[in-house]
Design a protein around this ligand. Sequence first.
Ligand code: DC
Length: 226
Amino acid sequence: MVIAIDGPAGSGKSSTAKLVAEKLDFGHLDTGAMYRAITLKCLRENVSHQDTDALGHCVQDTTLSFSGSPPHMRLFMDDEDISEAIRSDEVTKQVSDYCKPMVVRDALVEQQRTIGKNSDVVCEGRDIGTVVFPEAALKIFMVATTEERARRRQKDFERLGVKKTIAELVEDIKARDEKDSSRENSPLCKAADAIELDTTGMTLEEQVDFIVNKARGINPSLHKTN
Ligand code: DC
């Protein structure tokens, strides 16, 4: 069974998806992490997001693999653990440009389908319910106000030792929303059959329970020890 969780940056997807996966004993596929990995590699190798040929080679020459189990999955790129490196400010700022070209999207969507095929997985991103797994059994589209999302991002950065003001983060989020929603290829949008979940003011536990209960409504025999 595939549970698709889409939504804009900071809507609560990642923390929720990890815990839903843990509770249901599912795998967790963070597709944003894959786009971030390619961005990191291109930045390191000075590959421009406008150079389609070089981008294509870069994606083909890169091996991405997840290891561990939710909520402690790690992402490896060519055998290097890049789980922290992909969260840097630089990667976060540039990823909207590197995730746009179809050479990148086609290759990563294919890998995502291979990982999710015939398995129980919580898959999170921007185009999961619309493009990657349009047949997903459960689709959730998470939203939250820009201010709430900025507060969450501020906490994420604090954990990395980076100080950012809310005003600065609101601007970053608006810029990224605009790019993610207006791009031609697989823009962020809610699938017609997705359930919208506004997480503003909700606790993480409430978000997780909402999705777990929906999943158990579809398949009552799903993992029940937690
Ligand atoms: O969820 P995130 O912030 O880690 O995602 C990083 C970027 O990747 C974000 O700007 C949008 C892009 N992305 C995408 O285009 N498609 C996905 N399925 C997941 C993420």
